[in-house]
Design a protein around this ligand. Structure first.
Ligand SMILES: Cc1cc2nc3c(=O)[nH]c(=O)nc-3n(C[C@H](O)[C@H](O)[C@H](O)COP(=O)(O)OP(=O)(O)OC[C@H]3O[C@@H](n4cnc5c(N)ncnc54)[C@H](O)[C@@H]3O)c2cc1C
Length: 476
């Protein structure tokens, strides 16, 4: 069936790749001047700079599988987990995350008891958590409410908040516990205490061959030696150039007896099926006249914006950086910076010898206005905060970066707010009522790259082998 794909981020590209393999005629419409959406990396004087995402979770196989299929198996590299250590900024001091944290849950008594991250009162509260009785599953609530009920407000401020703003650019008091931490919600209903539940889960031997079993335990993250852009370039090579329309923003969709009419600035065209791979807010505009209720649900999915500032330094000029991958900044610190990755440590072999790459994240829900600031101000802000956090002897104001690259990602990261799963269920029901309409991307069923690839390929498979699917299976 002749298919239109709207949006050339990783979700749309994965769908296009699948259709190309199945020899189904398709056109991919991309409003911008490049493919890849928020995935963009460049090589600057021998160092890879990741401007958007830097890697994917190893335990979710879709991205690694796709890279292997694209012939990039040899370019896959693991995160340098031997050096993994993450710091939290508390009153301008770096404090390590205690050993034994699993999904925000402290599972090692001694490291947690000794950690300077929490006050004595908070530690006593964490110890009492072991006594909590099972809690029958109720409605959705925020991650902050769940974590606070178990471990108190300090755990929200110093643990849940910074970890989630590092992943979603979002706030723990808005994100849905059911959508973001489904495992903890389930554990609470069986065990009550999350710590007891995690300890019990750890005692269950993992099946042989599972990602974390055996001596060849896999790394937490995987990336590509030449940057994630390698995956986008390899995908683009596999696609028929005639099927790709760059600089072509789709303005409207209409359902007509012949199928779907796609309107863009140059023409209107008719397709049998349509895969909408844009952010949900853009999908809402496209579908406004098709299904007002669906459009309203889509518009209700909030988004956060973020900014990355990549700074390349000569290592000799910097003082010694703390060990590990970088640090996270709690909201209570009142800073523009949400997190900073020591990129040259997280993945080895992607930075020119003798250089250090510090990748700062600014913005998020709490600092959306930063997006309008000029590059110079953003670089200066990142440098000032790095100096205040790491200390002027590590990175004094006089130490100039050799390269500085600012990348803005407006409204790019869907926020799975309280009630997200119900909203997605309603969206799926409405989508199922329209023939050959598919919605993919990071707004629905996982924000990571592997999730977007999985949804993109599944939507294309539905176009090539349309089988009657129960509504609940759509988008899964
Ligand atoms: C800064 C940042 C860091 C991240 N870090 C990680 C990470 O380390 N690991 C990880 O797994 N995930 C990470 N993510 C999340 C992940 O990268 C994204 O969720 C994923 O890449 C989104 O892909 P997508 O195809 O859904 O959307 P996008 O990449 O947003 O692509 C959508 C495309 O649609 C196009 N478009 C929009 N409207 C129209 C229209 N009307 N007509 C035509 N085209 C249109 C846009 O131009 C864009 O190219 C990060 C995200 C950001 C922003």
């Amino acid at each position: 069936m002749r298919t239109a794909i709207i949006g050339g981020g990783i979700a749309g590209l994965a769908a296009a790749y699948e259709l190309e393999k199945a020899r189904v005629s398709y056109t991919l419409f991309e409003s911008g001047s490049r493919l890849g959406g928020v995935i963009a990396s460049s090589s600057v004087a021998g160092s890879i700079l990741e401007e958007g995402p830097d890697s994917f979770l190893t335990e979710k196989p879709a991205a690694i599988e796709l890279c292997r299929e694209l012939g990039l198996g040899d370019a896959l590299i693991p995160s340098n987990d031997a050096a993994r250590k993450t710091w939290i900024v508390v009153r301008n001091r770096l404090i390590p995350l205690p050993d034994g944290l699993m999904f925000l849950v402290p599972t090692k008594l001694i490291p947690t008891a000794l950690s300077p991250l929490f006050s004595l009162g908070a530690k006593l509260r964490m110890a009492r958590e072991l006594l909590l009785p099972p809690r029958p599953a109720a409605g959705d609530e925020s991650v902050a409410a769940l974590v606070e009920r178990h471990y108190g407000p300090e755990a929200v401020d110093r643990l849940a908040g910074p970890l989630l703003s590092g992943i979603y650019g979002g706030e723990a008091d808005q994100l849905s516990a059911r959508a973001v931490l489904p495992r903890l919600v389930e554990m609470e209903s069986h065990y009550g205490s999350l710590t007891r539940a995690m300890l019990a889960a750890r005692r269950v031997p993992r099946p042989t061959g599972s990602p974390a079993s055996g001596p060849a335990r896999r790394s937490t993250f995987t990336t590509l030696r030449g940057g994630l852009q390698q995956m986008i370039d390899a995908l683009a090579v596999k696609l028929n150039p005639q099927s790709i329309r760059m600089h072509t923003p789709v303005r409207q969709l209409e359902h007509i007896p012949e199928g779907w009419r796609i309107t863009h600035p140059r023409a209107s065209e008719i397709y049998g099926a349509v895969i909408v791979a844009t952010p949900a807010w853009a999908a809402s505009t496209l579908l406004a006249t098709v299904d007002a209720q669906l459009a309203e649900e889509l518009a209700g999915i909030p988004y956060s914006s973020s900014i990355t500032v990549n700074l390349v330094y000569d290592e000799i000029k910097l003082g010694p950086l703390p060990e590990g991958f970088g640090f996270l900044v709690p909201a209570s610190a009142g800073r523009a910076m949400l997190a900073c990755t020591f990129a040259h440590r997280k993945f080895l072999g992607r930075t020119a010898p003798g250089k250090a790459v510090l990748r700062a994240f600014l913005g998020g829900v709490r600092n959306a206005a930063l997006l309008d600031q000029p590059d110079g101000i953003l670089v200066a802000t990142a440098r000032r905060e790095l100096s205040e956090i790491l200390g002027p002897r590590v990175i004094g104001p006089h130490i100039e970066p050799e390269e500085a690259r600012v990348s803005r990602w407006p409204r790019a990261m869907a926020q799975y707010a309280v009630g997200h799963l119900d909203r997605v269920r309603r969206i799926r029901q409405r989508v199922a009522a329209w023939p050959n309409l598919h919605l993919i991307g990071n707004a629905y069923d996982g924000i990571g790259i592997p999730d977007c690839i999985r949804l993109g390929r599944a939507a294309a498979a539905q176009v090539t082998q349309p089988v009657a699917q129960p509504v609940s299976a759509k988008l899964k």
